[in-house]
Design a protein around this ligand. Structure first.
Ligand code: SF4
Length: 472
């Protein structure tokens, strides 16, 4: 989500007139898209802004922060950053900058905006059109900022065309915010309530990407599979959206993989799994957060599903889409988690045999309900639990990956590998691999490889050939 947001921020900043630099030391505008999931990420924001502020007496520098920010951090950031805004306020960023008082490209654009309707050349800049339309409206007294309801603002945000970071992999936000209020999570407070993006826009963006050769597209949302539920029957459901995409894949004859993240077990209907099994372009990889394998902990987390519900979903995936890899998220050391409750999580991992698990040690997030509870699991115990789950995970991944040796697989070549003379790639199930080749023309293309070796988290392969499957 953070990466996807940054693609839209870049469009807006470049449309204002700034040019990108990879050198932080020479930038005149520096910003951070914060993530509040863990305290560690927020600590990094503080150390970075401290450094940037120390540069301010040497040059003209404006700093900003956006992304997921908790109210408590927001107050502190207000004193340290020049500008702070919610991601849905991005289209108003030009206004904020121009009114900041320092002469910057936005001050220039601010004047220009008054002539924007007749200045075709200026509005032809990518992203500019959406930018100025949402920033201002013309009134009898000149220009004034638009007043938006939150839902309107997020629509403006979606209308900003991203500056994609890759030529073959992209993210499409389909929904923003969350209504689930898990007790450890701050997202409903930082991102607001669930709002689904109109399906027509999602499909248009997808078709545009696929038409220009994108091979891997991820549908993004805090709760992708509750897509449409906020629209009281006036928008399609998540499985219906997947079906539409699947049909497009079939009819267009284009070759691409569609992923989605993250779904919630509570809204993971049988229909979603059924649809994935029916269409080639819907990638056979499912990321389904488990968080805990203990029912009491799940209740305390307000996850609104039991381990039995979760197990039923996994069994259905294994039956209906047997080739699918399954990823998960787990929190260890949640407030009050006993040895016995952790043991239930460990045995769930043993039973469910995930291909990947993002395991996090619990840390209370200010504002989230659990922050009022005693964070009573000692740090050393959290670390031991994390290592224990990692051991459990790697037992299964090694076993799974070993079984792939000798098989021919279609993979997406993602770049140069760290090992000289090798390229890296991903299987459809998102298992990392590398193969010997220095033919960089393959990057961003599908290829066929033969798996020759396996470790816990990666595969070694031999290049067989490039795959051209699309209709001409
Ligand atoms: S479902 Fe829970 S964990 Fe996920 S974003 Fe919503 S509140 Fe946070």
């Amino acid at each position: 989500m953070n990466k996807s947001d940054s693609e839209r921020v870049r469009t807006v900043v470049e449309a204002i007139g700034y040019r990108w630099t990879d050198n932080e030391q020479e930038a005149n505008l520096l910003g951070i898209l914060a993530c509040s999931v863990r305290q560690k990420s927020i600590d990094k924001v503080y150390s970075r802004i401290h450094k940037w502020n120390s540069w301010k007496n040497q040059r003209n520098l404006i700093t900003f922060v956006s992304g997921c920010i908790l109210p408590t951090d927001r107050e502190k950031f207000l004193k340290q950053f020049d500008l702070i805004f919610e991601m849905r306020e991005l289209p108003q960023f030009a206004d904020m900058l121009s009114q900041y008082g320092v002469l910057n490209p936005a001050s220039y654009i601010h004047d220009k905006l008054q002539f924007v309707e007749s200045d075709k050349e200026e509005t032809d800049k990518p992203g500019f059109d959406h930018l100025h339309l949402s920033v201002r409206e013309k009134t009898g007294n000149g220009l004034k900022p638009l007043i938006h309801r939150p839902e309107e603002k997020i629509k403006d945000f979606w209308h900003v065309k991203p500056t994609y970071h890759s030529t073959y992999e992209a993210f499409i936000p389909i929904q923003n915010g969350c209504d689930k209020f898990c007790t450890y999570c701050a997202v409903p407070y930082t991102r607001g309530r669930e709002v689904s993006r109109p399906s027509g826009e999602i499909l248009d963006e997808l078709k545009e990407l696929v038409n220009i050769g994108y091979k891997s597209v991820t549908l993004l949302g805090q709760n992708v599979n509750s897509y449409g539920m906020d629209k009281n029957g006036t928008e399609m459901t998540f499985p219906a959206l997947l079906r539409k995409i699947g049909e497009y894949g079939k009819i267009s004859g284009k070759d691409f993989w569609i992923y989605f993240t993250s779904p919630h077990p509570r809204d993971m209907t049988d229909e979603v799994i059924e649809v994935i099994s029916q269409y080639k372009c819907l990638a056979k990889q499912i990321h389904l957060p488990l968080q805990s394998g203990d029912d009491k902990v799940l209740t305390k987390m307000n996850r609104n599903h039991s381990t039995a519900d979760y197990r039923r979903i996994i069994h259905l995936i294994r039956k209906t889409v047997p080739e699918a890899t399954i990823f998960t998220d787990i929190i260890v050391g949640f407030a009050g988690e006993t040895d016995e409750q952790f043991e239930n999580t460990r045995s769930a991992m043993q039973e469910l045999r995930f291909n990947m698990a993002y395991i996090a040690k619990y840390s209370p997030r200010p504002g989230a309900a659990s922050s009022r509870w005693n964070d009573d699991v000692p740090a050393a115990v959290k670390s031991a639990r994390l290592h224990s789950l990692t051991r459990e995970l790697t037992r299964h991944t090694l076993d799974y990956n070993m079984k792939l040796t000798g098989k021919r697989l279609k993979v997406l070549v993602t770049g140069k590998d760290r090992k000289e003379g090798y390229l890296s790639a991903l299987t459809e199930g998102k298992i990392v691999l590398r193969f010997k080749s220095d033919d960089e023309i393959l990057i961003g293309k599908f290829a066929e490889v033969m798996i020759e070796s396996a470790t816990e988290f990666a595969l070694g392969a031999k290049f067989i050939g490039k795959i051209i499957t699309e209709k001409v």
